[in-house]
Design a protein around this ligand. Structure first.
Ligand code: EPU
Length: 416
């Protein structure tokens, strides 16, 4: 199993090109099921998750070709409606095929994802929304099963802001009969980007970028030809790495507004940030200042940056308080960071981080994608060598991470 060996202490310097966003690519890949034909997706990151989703589409009968970052998906030949447990359990976003399958074929058999490393992560809002649109869903042997479904427009109000449920219902509604109104939707750039892709294919969606979407169903959509937006979490992770290593880096190919909350927090912690049209310069301070963070749905501070921010605060002068209001149990990085000398006390979903003067290299274990990212950036700032085990988690969501960090001057190596 691959590991990462990092020798810390070098400030990151130079420019890094940010890849396409995993969480924007996955829903657009699912949306290709809505229209039979050949779809072209550009700037798709080469990640384990995009490969897993490609596999799900192939099992449904699609022909998928990855050439560099161009993904061509032919969904004319889709002839199955079953997404098996073996794949859905490895990547929850596989459940995105449910809405499109019901919309196009009127039937589906999609595994329930089950639990997640950091908590239950239910899909009740996805299911309730589809049911409100007329889909009779049964749960049989761990699968969501439906047949003879004719989706009809409905008004669905989400009591929790959910990226996944918004995306799921948006995809179902674009081909449903009549008008759907979705209230309290997620505003994450990935959601809005999907809406824009669907509109470019002939969908009728009003209110993108607001909490209320009004969707008039159409009878058919054209195939997708779209470019995936840059990965704001990858960008913010590199910015956090600069903050921890007294680095000076330029993030290229980004939309600065997509990670403004993270940039503001890093400024508060002492970073100098220059926002360009499609680039951001970040210079880290001699030592970060302590900051308090509460994760929120977009445009608030993202839960996907909580772990990395804890790493930054681990080295800060003073005590930081970091609360995750989206996922209460998403703290598996805390005991691993403690192995590197971090002083973090967990009280429920609140981490109290007492900054230390230095972190030390250690053997640590990656436990999920963003937890792994926090260990990597902590290792870049730590004294000595850190060996990070189970980095397949990182490969799910960070494209060529060690190459990009190496080009910025980090001493980082993948070992087997
Ligand atoms: N929720 C429910 N019921 C549902 C769906 C969600 O109660 O049916 C709750 C969740 O338990 C959570 C909150 O709603 O407390 C928000 O969850 P959301 O549905 O927005 O999360 P998701 O769609 O499953 C996406 C990203 C995650 C990211 C979250 C929050 C993708 C593929 N995944 O997940 O990304 O953390 O939104 O922003 O887009 C990652 O990239 O590392 C990652 C985990």
């Amino acid at each position: 199993m691959d590991k990462l060996l990092i020798t810390g202490g070098r400030p990151l310097q130079g420019a890094v090109r940010i890849s396409g966003a995993k969480n924007a690519a996955l829903p657009v890949m699912a949306a290709t099921l809505l229209a039979p034909g050949v779809h072209r997706l550009r700037n798709v990151p080469r990640l384990r998750d995009t490969q897993t989703f490609a596999r799900v589409l192939e099992l449904l009968g699609a022909k998928v070709v990855f050439e560099d970052h161009l993904l061509t998906i032919d969904t004319q030949s889709v002839n199955s409606v079953e997404a098996p447990y073996e794949l859905v359990k490895t990547m929850r976003a596989s459940i995105y095929v449910l809405g499109p399958l019901l919309a196009r074929f009127g039937r589906a058999k999609v595994s329930l994802p089950g639990g997640c490393a950091w908590g239950p992560r239910p899909v009740n809002l996805h299911l309730a929304g589809l049911q409100a649109m007329g889909a009779a869903l049964d749960i049989e042997h761990g699968y969501i099963v439906a047949s003879n479904v004719k989706l009809k427009g409905a008004t669905v109000g989400f009591d929790v802001v959910s990226v996944g449920a918004t995306v799921q219902l948006m995809m179902a509604a674009v081909l449903a009969q009549g008008q759907t109104v979705l209230e309290n939707v997620a505003l994450e750039p990935d959601v809005t980007a999907l809406g824009e892709v669907l509109v470019a294919c002939g969908a009728r969606i009003e209110g993108l970028g607001t909490r209320r979407l009004t969707i008039q169903g159409v009878s058919a959509l054209r195939p997708i030809d779209a470019t995936i937006i840059p990965d704001r979490i990858e960008a913010a992770t590199f910015a956090a790495a600069a903050a921890m290593t007294r680095g000076k880096i330029r993030l290229e190919g980004v939309v600065p507004g997509h990670f403004e909350a993270a940039l503001r927090k890093l400024e508060e912690s002492g970073c100098a940030v220059q926002r360009g049209a499609d680039s951001v310069g970040v210079s880290g301070p001699a030592r970060p200042r302590a900051v308090n963070v509460v994760t929120q749905p977009f445009p608030g501070f993202p839960t996907d940056m909580q772990a990395q921010m804890i790493a930054v605060c681990a080295l800060a002068g003073g005590t930081s308080v970091i609360e995750d209001t989206i996922y209460f149990d998403r703290f598996t990085h805390v005991p691993e960071l403690a192995r590197m000398g971090a002083r973090i006390e967990l009280k429920g979903n609140v981490a109290v981080v007492k900054g230390v003067d230095r972190l030390y290299g250690a053997q640590v274990m990656a436990t999920d994608l963003r937890a792994s990212a926090s260990l990597v950036i902590a290792a870049l700032a730590a004294e000595g060598e850190t060996l990070i085990d189970r980095i397949y988690h990182l490969d799910r969501g960070y494209e060529a991470l060690e190459k990009k960090l190496g080009a910025l001057g980090a001493q980082i190596q993948r070992v087997n």
